[in-house]
Ligand binder design. Structure first.
Ligand code: FAD
Length: 476
């Protein structure tokens, strides 16, 4: 059978792949989007960002009703949770979004082919579909096959009680005793969901901090929450082995040099993600991978094979949906002849715990580690009228400022809805805004966004609602 010819083929329809396909079509290119799942949207939509945030929202409602509302004179009865209905609601959100992506593909004339892609050589893709194999030649291919949860061999018993985030989000049951291995954002977000639903969580993190790399003052409120709502948060705890023990899992853990055996109803392993490069036929192309298997690309998203570009989780770096979508734009712009590059781009990060944490640009700890001179201005949410009216004073807004130019180099927020606030920080950094720009931009009252303005005012010692220890002169 002669292969069919396409202009651009995109393999993988996550936030990297479908964004690339849509953008290329918007720029007048003929595009085919290949996806092995039965639904578009990738990990983010189907088993990542969206289902986790849907469940976090539902459970946040329970916490607010139970913990904050009584002091306001409003009390609710004990909540009754129907896992079946919760799952159905979550599924309805995903189905609506996936349907929307399909409709957008159709409206743009993007040809969607469901099947598994495999590179035969640098110019040919074989797709295994439910109707058999199809072969395509192309001018350019964009590899956007994403990643999957890492499962260390010692835990990989084939026992469904040992879950990754994928199974945990299916919400089959609420385990009584749940061990969560990994104190990164996925482990923490899912622990927050299960703790509210009633699981007794032990969170084990091998390192000596949760959310490794995050400034300690931003991580602290999240740790405090976890210590209050989980059975235990164990830092410096290494989970060594797991074994099936009837309907439970026996786990050997090492804490402070001593080993002990414990038994859990279920275990959630959230120790990182690995790229989906197996059985992709990369060995038939000139694409190269690093020691962890991520595809090597330059700043223009070009692999070592001139016909192949790669974007998203499969190239490593910040494994976030919006990073994948930005790389998609860079790749398409390079393919269509622009001089774009993924350089000097501010990628915000949000952890949707309670409270949320969000940051972008240079962090204080990174500046210290690299010996970059910075000044830090902080505004505590205890001084925010909006935070008080929400009963959420457990927040902090901080700016990392260049002391010479007063330019904003980094922004960090911890607090309710921090994820909705961080984009102002991204804009400030991207536009080269100074602390003065932020201080002089009028922010609406009463909102949490005012904390950004007041943090900038703290830099000059002129915050209306807080006293700054140090003053930089604010010149007209
Ligand atoms: P993916 O979304 O992984 O998509 C890749 C697609 O390629 C998949 O649909 C896969 O089926 C398909 N594919 C793979 N191999 C082939 C093949 N051979 N042929 C055809 N198709 C193939 N990120 C955020 O920014 N915010 C969040 O809040 C957030 N929360 C998360 C929560 C969880 C629990 C998890 C697991 C992840 C979360 N992420 C979040 C990360 C985010 O999901 C990923 O960074 C993002 O999905 C990466 O996009 P991608 O397009 O690179 O790949």
């Amino acid at each position: 059978m002669d292969p069919l010819k396409v202009d651009i083929v995109v393999v993988g329809a996550g936030p990297g792949g479908y964004a690339a396909a849509f953008y290329a079509a918007d720029r007048g290119r003929q595009v085919m989007l290949v996806e092995r799942d039965g639904r578009l949207g990738g990990v983010c939509l189907n088993r990542g960002c969206i289902p986790s945030k849907a469940l976090l929202h539902a459970t946040e409602l329970m916490r607010e009703a139970k913990e904050l509302s009584p002091a306001r004179g409003i009390t609710f009865g004990e909540p009754s949770v129907s896992l079946e209905k919760l799952r159905a609601w979550k599924e309805s959100v995903l189905a609506k979004l996936a349907g929307g992506i399909s409709a957008l593909a159709k409206a743009r004339g993007v040809q969607v082919l469901y099947g598994r892609g495999h590179f035969e050589d640098s110019a040919t893709l074989r797709v295994e579909t439910s109707e058999g194999q199809k072969f395509f030649t192309y001018e350019t291919a964009i590899i956007a096959v994403g990643s999957k949860p890492a499962m260390p061999q010692a835990f990989d018993l084939g026992n469904p009680r040992i879950m990754t985030s994928t199974e945990a989000l299916e919400l089959e049951e609420i385990p009584k005793e749940l061990l969560v291995v990994g104190g990164g954002y996925i482990g923490l977000e899912l622990s927050t969901v299960f703790a509210t639903l009633g699981s007794r969580i032990v969170l084990a993190e091998a390192l000596d901090a949760i959310l490794m790399g995050l400034d300690a003052d931003l991580a602290r409120p999240v740790l405090r929450y976890a210590e209050k709502h989980f059975k235990e948060v164990r830092l410096g705890a290494k989970v060594l082995t797991m074994a099936t023990s009837g309907k439970q899992i026996k786990v050997t853990v090492e804490v402070a040099g001593a080993q002990r055996d414990e038994v859990y109803d279920r275990v959630l392993v959230a120790v990182g993600r690995t790229p989906n490069c197996a059985n992709l036929g990369l060995e038939n192309t000139k694409v190269t991978q690093d020691e962890k298997g991520f595809i090597k690309v330059n700043a223009r998203q070009q692999t070592d094979d001139p016909a192949l570009y790669a974007i998203g989780d499969v190239v490593g770096g910040a494994m976030l949906a919006h990073k994948a979508s930005k790389e998609a734009r860079v790749a398409v712009e390079v393919i269509t002849g622009e001089s774009s590059a993924f350089e000097q781009i501010t990628i915000p990060a949000v952890v949707f715990t309670d409270p949320e944490v969000a940051w972008c640009g240079l962090t204080e700890s990174e500046a210290r580690a690299k010996g970059i001179a910075v000044e830090v201005a902080k505004y505590p949410w205890a001084a925010s009228g909006r935070a008080l009216s929400l009963d959420r004073t457990d927040g902090l807004t901080k700016l990392v400022v260049d002391p010479q130019t007063e330019r904003i180099l980094g922004v960090g927020l911890v607090g309710a809805r921090a994820g909705e606030l961080i984009s102002e920080g991204v804009l400030a950094i991207e536009m080269g805004a100074t602390a003065k720009d932020l201080a002089e931009s009028v922010h609406p009252h009463p909102t949490l966004s005012e904390t950004l303005m007041e943090a900038a005012e703290m830099f000059y010692g002129t915050s209306t609602h807080a006293i700054a220890r140090k003053r930089n002169a604010l010149t007209a």
